[in-house]
Design a binder for this molecule. Structure first.
Ligand code: MN
Length: 393
């Protein structure tokens, strides 16, 4: 039986990880859980899954939870790290959102835990350091992101040196067909309606700007050591093929299924075995067509920024992620317009002096600084007239 700690158990991936555990309670048990603020839900999760200890990031909420349950409740980033290295856990599912996941991930790797990673911002921000630590400690590091799980599956039994390129599929998000003018006026609600995947708010906005796909390009680079020129994004609105690998003999292997995150979550936990589950089998006779098109980098410049940051390397991907985290939060808070997101990111990227080979401390520092700089930039440039940063587009 595998003992699992879930970082971010009240978020979308965390809840679905618990569904997988619920369906396979002879295979998996839960020993640690964490939440930012959602103590109502984590209380229910504690009652059902009986972890040994939990962490609530918010100090006040942690105090409140301590009065209501009798297991150990840690708090803050230090608490998060404690859950990441729990003695009784052999596997850590990192389903945190944002660069907050870097330090707990490194703690878990150093404690020789197997890692199932859904927290892409950690790989975008600190991919080089995280992957070198994985190598050093020789721990298993399996992606939960559906595309990277697909690649992982396609690569089984193959040699990385025989890979010519990876084709990363992308639904195109809810605004695939909108013009630049139409993109200006989209609302938070419009952006939260993803056509094929039901996910948390931050990643859904990232999917609408295609920054999510950009992050996944960088994630692919670090997970499989591929050059950026050998990672191709293709729009595939049906979300049936979750990614493909082309080999040196022109053979392409793809992984297909209906979109259901429980599948990659489960595979990351059961690997190399495959186990049954309640998901729906793909009936190909009901699929009229699988279509593909190139992404439009003019309408969705975030994908271009990601390629540029990834190729430039050094501290630039850290900046890309940090400024995006703030811009997306401000959009969700209705402080800026959707079309402001890429403009803010470009401004902050352009003003950054890249540091080559940043150490972990540099990365943590740059992440913090860029978040503050982006906040200041937004406050200083916000137009009182219409709530947009850029009036003339
Ligand atoms: Mn994905």
């Amino acid at each position: 039986m595998k003992s699992i700690s879930i970082l971010g158990s009240t978020g979308s991936i965390g809840r679905q990880t618990l569904e997988v555990v619920r369906g396979h309670n002879k295979e998996f048990r839960v020993v640690g859980l964490t939440t930012n603020t959602n103590i109502e839900l984590i209380k229910k999760q504690i009652e059902e899954f009986k972890p040994l200890s939990v962490c609530v990031m918010d100090e006040e909420k942690a105090d409140l939870l301590r009065t209501q349950i009798d297991i150990e409740v840690f708090s803050g980033l230090e608490g998060l790290k404690k859950i990441a290295i729990l003695e009784s856990a052999d596997t850590v599912v990192n389903s945190l959102v944002g660069s907050i996941g870097i330090l707990p991930t490194i703690s878990a790797i150093k404690s020789k835990k197997s890692i199932a990673i859904a927290n892409k911002e950690t790989l975008v921000t600190a991919g080089k350091i995280v992957m070198s630590e994985v190598k050093k400690q020789n721990v298993s590091f399996i992606p939960i992101d559906s595309e990277h799980s697909a690649m992982w599956q396609c690569l089984q039994g193959n040699r990385l040196e025989d890979v010519r390129k990876i084709v990363l599929t992308c639904s195109g998000g809810p605004f695939r067909r909108l013009s630049n003018e139409q993109l200006i006026g989209v609302s938070v609600n419009d952006a939260l309606q993803h056509p094929t995947w039901d996910m948390g708010a931050k990643i859904t906005i990232d999917s609408a700007t295609l920054m999510n796909k950009g992050f996944e390009v960088i994630e692919t680079h670090w997970l499989y050591g591929l050059d950026y020129d050998n990672i191709e994004v293709v729009i595939h609105p049906e979300s049936i093929i979750h990614s493909m690998v082309e080999f040196s003999d022109n053979s392409i292997i793809a992984q297909l299924s209906l979109p259901d995150m429980r599948l990659p979550i489960q595979y990351a936990l059961s690997y190399p075995r495959r186990i049954e589950n309640g998901s729906v089998s793909l009936d190909l006779s009901k699929i009229r067509a699988l279509t593909f098109e190139n992404p439009d980098l003019d309408r969705f410049p975030c994908l271009r920024f990601a390629y540029f940051s990834g190729k430039s390397g050094g501290s630039l991907p850290t900046v890309l992620n940090a400024t995006n985290e703030v811009a997306v939060r401000c959009f969700l808070d209705k402080k800026i317009k959707f079309s402001d997101i890429p403009k803010i990111i470009k401004e902050i990227l352009d003003s950054h002096k890249t540091i080559n080979n940043p150490e972990l401390d540099d990365i943590i520092e740059i992440d913090k600084k860029v978040k503050l700089t982006t906040e200041d930039f937004i406050i200083n440039n916000l137009s009182q007239k219409n709530g947009a940063i850029y009036n003339q587009i």
